[in-house]
Write a protein that binds this ligand. Structure first.
Ligand code: ACO
Length: 327
């Protein structure tokens, strides 16, 4: 069978760091409140002075992933870029990255919009293109400039998010066997539920207000759904593959809130030492959060070739999903 192997990853975080102490000067909040409720200590913010765009961050991350794999843009058949904060309404941010890395018109590039679940959705789409035999190498990117859609007077949301990008390269392995032993994406699981689209949303858009809008959220409702849905989708993934949480080497969760991650891990009897946590230093970077966490743990040597990874996320929509991957 064909399997999508993850052959490399690369990440980019803007230089500017905004700490909780900095936020104390902007809104009525405290470092203690933010750390206790979310685990977040600081986040990176894209440079306004340098006009640092989502496509720039995505490009830097993609180029690093290409360098690590010893490839260049001409080796890539498709780019699937997950973002909620594109450079423009159109064209897709992915085509800007395509142009910058020098990928030819033999392939294609497009964006996926599933907010914080965007990377898992993009991974699933890319995996299915590969399994269908339509492409051999795909650059999957999560990139967000979330600071531009935050209401910096709303303390209930502006303390939670950050900016950044990360990319993985998937390559078709045409000789893989069924089951969980071989490297690559073993299964993906996607869900959405439009009934709850108004508990986390942006209050603007092209066809409604003709403005970009700002993030609005019912935090407690989102929290409840996040723990419930992410625990469910993890169970679904384990059952589908006839494994238990003991088989998982690393949980690489969406980094929204340490309390959500802790509760989800506890519900699954997963030891906290098996959880990759970056929310403290990155905040919630939406579609970029899982690949950023993945890259960090790969680069510092925690995640090793052959490790079994479980990635899971939930975001606005509501959308949620998971991916079981042998690194
Ligand atoms: N600083 C200080 N006080 C604050 C702040 C702040 N930044 N924000 C809210 N408060 C106040 C509230 O006004 C409230 O005050 P009151 O009691 O006088 O009315 C009090 O703190 C408690 O507010 P709650 O909303 O009940 O706080 P809660 O414990 O639920 O924590 C939080 C809020 C952190 C937003 C939590 O609900 C949460 O994490 N929800 C999930 C949200 C999330 O992660 N969204 C990201 C996108 S979705 C995803 O990625 C999974």
């Amino acid at each position: 069978m064909i399997r999508s192997k993850m052959i490399s990853c690369g990440s980019y975080l803007p230089k500017k760091i905004l700490t909780n102490k900095d936020l104390e000067k902007i809104v009525d909040t405290t470092d203690e409140w933010i750390v206790t409720r979310t685990g977040i200590e600081e986040r990176h913010i894209a440079s306004v002075e340098d006009n640092e765009k989502t496509s720039d961050m995505a490009y830097y991350a993609a180029q690093k992933a290409l360098d690590k794999a010893g490839l260049d843009g001409s080796d890539i058949d498709a780019i699937i870029l997950a973002t909620t904060t594109p450079d423009q309404t159109f064209p897709a941010t992915a085509v800007t990255v395509q142009h910058k890395i020098g990928m030819s018109a033999n392939g294609f590039a497009f964006d996926v919009q599933a907010v914080c679940s965007g990377f898992i959705y993009a991974l699933a789409v890319a995996d299915n293109f590969i399994k269908a035999g339509q492409v051999k190498r795909v650059l999957v990117i999560g990139a967000e400039h979330f600071s531009n859609i935050l209401d910096w007077e709303d303390r209930t949301t502006c303390v939670l998010f950050g900016d950044g990008a990360a990319a993985v390269i998937l390559e078709a392995d045409e000789d893989a066997s069924e089951g969980i032993q071989d490297q690559g994406i073993i299964s993906t699981h996607l869900h959405s539920e439009g009934e709850y689209r108004d508990i986390l949303y942006v209050d603007g858009g092209v066809s409604s207000t003709q403005t970009t809008g700002k993030v609005r959220m019912n935090g407690q409702e989102v929290f409840k759904h996040a723990v419930k849905r992410m625990s469910e989708v993890v169970r679904e993934t384990l059952e589908k593959n006839n494994i238990t949480s003991d088989d998982i080497d690393w949980l690489v969760p969406h980094q929204a809130n340490k309390r959500i991650i802790d509760r989800t891990a506890k519900k699954l009897n997963l030891d906290s030492s098996k959880v990759v946590l970056t929310v403290g230093k990155h905040g919630n970077t939406s579609a970029a959060s899982i690949p950023l966490a993945l890259c960090e743990a790969v680069e510092d040597g925690r995640i090793k070739r052959g490790d079994l990874l479980l990635m899971e996320s939930m975001g606005g929509g509501l959308t949620w999903g998971s991916a079981l991957v042998r690194w």
